[in-house]
Write a protein that binds this ligand. Structure first.
Ligand SMILES: [Zn+2]
Ligand SMILES: [Zn+2]
Length: 461
């Protein structure tokens, strides 16, 4: 496309390598002498209400920016996360897609949306000729700057949250291009890089991080001899990472996996915060990344061993087992479901049938469960089997339906005998009612029939 000179922003510098859309737009605003709020008036209204510039997914918005900056629209769109759908995350159903570190954090009235601290590399800022924010720093699987080590979560000096963009009604002066040079809270300039050696955790995490980044570039991951679309691989990895952050079992699971990595100098994981992966610190994300990545190797070998050795039940940490991506489905995982009482309806029906055949009458639920788990058939005791309290209650309620006259009492008894005949055809219907009760089968099928009978008696009276 060719832009008319009049359509261009007076200053329209090009995006830098790997720059985030919001960082580039902020630099353009700065170059044109505008702060973020004033510049916003010159931006087209984006479809949807995302307050986060990098999450905007609107072709008209990209086209307008492209016209004003003389950059191809595709290039503009690729600076944000819109083009990551189908690569990094499956579907952007909410403002917080998987793996993308959110810019807002929920607060309380009167300012509901606060700015969350963004991970950043102070050393990169310090060595940049023009400091700019890298898009990859907001990927939760990218906790490390390959050159300078762990990304900082807050100002290294005073611990103030870092962000260069404001949200909502935040105080604007704290944000802007100057926030990329020094901490806006304590004023300390971001420091020049100090080259040190990477520790084992950094080395482990960085290897995985670059494998995933290569996967993103290719669109595929080579995993266990298979090519897996990167989005599906990342989806599975995210599911396992979430399991490691499970409030109940997460720490046990992390400790178990860490025990297989003595080189990482296991800590007690008390630094793992509450909430989703995307809200954890860079160090916590590096841990979760290393542990989760190891768990998906040779899938599901390590996962099964973890569950067997820790005694944690699979459904509690893989709640969406049915929705696992295809590469994670396996016979072992399916068997795990069966062991944990997730039996198929067919299996239950056939066990019921078999047990009924062995005993001449259908089993109740407790007997069926014992039979399926242990293969033990409950003893067959005709005429002495105790009736369940529920059935007894239903019967006595029925006898009380209309106790007014002798005639209705007779009617009631007749209908009860009819009911018993239905439920238990071999019963001797001339026996006294109380003895009939003893012959009754007390499975769950009796109750609905009794209730129906009771309703119809009520209707007649
Ligand atoms: Zn860096
Ligand atoms: Zn500071």
């Amino acid at each position: 496309m060719t832009a008319q000179p009049s359509q261009l922003w007076p200053v329209h510098s090009k995006p830098l390598v790997g720059e985030a859309l919001s960082s580039w737009l902020l630099r353009i605003a700065d170059g044109n002498g505008l702060d973020q709020r004033s510049f916003k008036r010159y931006l087209p209204k984006a479809h949807g209400t995302s307050a986060d510039l990098d999450l905007i997914d609107d072709e008209a918005f990209f086209t307008a920016i492209a016209t004003w900056s003389a950059i191809p629209p595709e290039h503009v769109a690729a600076l944000g996360f819109a083009r990551d759908e189908g690569l990094v995350f499956i579907q952007k159903a909410t403002d917080h897609p998987d793996w993308i570190i959110p810019r807002d954090r929920l607060g309380t009235w009167p300012e509901k949306r606060h700015v969350a601290s963004q991970p950043f590399c102070p050393a990169c800022f310090a060595s940049d000729v023009t400091p700019y924010y890298r898009k990859v720093w907001r990927y939760a699987f990218h906790p490390i700057c390959p050159e300078h080590g762990f990304l900082a979560d807050r100002c290294p000096r005073c611990g103030a949250p870092f962000s260069y963009l404001a949200l909502g009604s935040a105080s604007w002066s704290r944000y802007g291009a100057h926030a990329l040079r020094h901490c806006t809270a304590c004023g300390t300039p971001f420091a020049k890089p100090q080259h040190g050696t990477f520790d084992a955790l950094e080395q482990g995490a960085i290897a995985i991080q670059s494998a995933l980044m290569n996967g993103l570039a290719a669109g595929w991951m080579q995993h266990g001899g298979k090519s897996i679309p990167i989005a599906l691989f990342l989806r599975g990895l995210h599911i396992v990472a979430e399991a490691l952050l499970n409030p109940e079992h997460g720490r046990t699971m992390c400790a178990w996996v860490a025990a297989h990595h003595p080189e990482l100098a296991y800590s007690d994981f008390s630094f793992l915060g509450e909430g989703t992966l995307e809200r954890q610190t860079s160090v916590a994300r590096a841990w979760v990344l290393v542990l989760a990545y190891w768990l998906v190797q040779d899938w599901p070998k390590h996962w099964i061993a973890l569950l067997q050795e820790t005694g944690i039940r699979s459904p509690t940490c893989l709640p969406h087992q049915k929705f696992l991506p295809a590469w994670m489905h396996s016979d072992e995982i399916a068997q795990l479901c069966i062991r944990e009482n997730r039996r198929s309806p067919e299996e239950i029906a056939s066990a019921k049938k078999l047990l009924a055949k062995l005993r001449n009458y259908p089993p109740n639920n407790a007997e069926l469960t014992t039979f399926m788990n242990t293969g033990v058939v409950p003893p067959f005791k005709p005429r002495t089997r105790p009736i369940s309290p529920e059935v007894r209650q239903a019967f006595s309620r029925q006898l009380q339906v209309n106790p007014g006259t002798a005639e209705s009492a007779q009617k009631c008894e007749d209908s009860l005998r009819q009911c018993v005949r239905e439920l238990y055809p071999t019963a001797l219907v001339d026996d006294p009612l109380s003895e009939l009760l003893e012959d009754m089968d007390d499975t769950e099928t009796s109750l609905p029939i009794l209730k129906r009978q009771q309703r119809s008696l009520r209707g007649k009276s």
